[in-house]
Ligand binder design. Sequence first.
Ligand SMILES: [Zn+2]
Length: 84
Amino acid sequence: MNTEFSCQEMTEVVTDYLDGALPSEERERYERHLFYCAGCRTYYEQMRVTITQTGKVAREESLPPALRDQIVAQFRNWKRDHDD
Ligand SMILES: [Zn+2]
């Protein structure tokens, strides 16, 4: 039983990880994957920041695309405020 999370699985469990809902064995597996996978580290950071800002963990299956849209929208707003 030493299977690693795939990147797909990482995106599925990120909310549970951030919510402290993962069993310790899976937390370790999650952190091990984060250690060697830059893509998942970036995704994790975006999720962490978003959840901190919204103050809650969203659980919809459609979260990744919605999250991406939100991040893009935030970036556009920031750019609009800083570009003339
Ligand atoms: Zn990964």
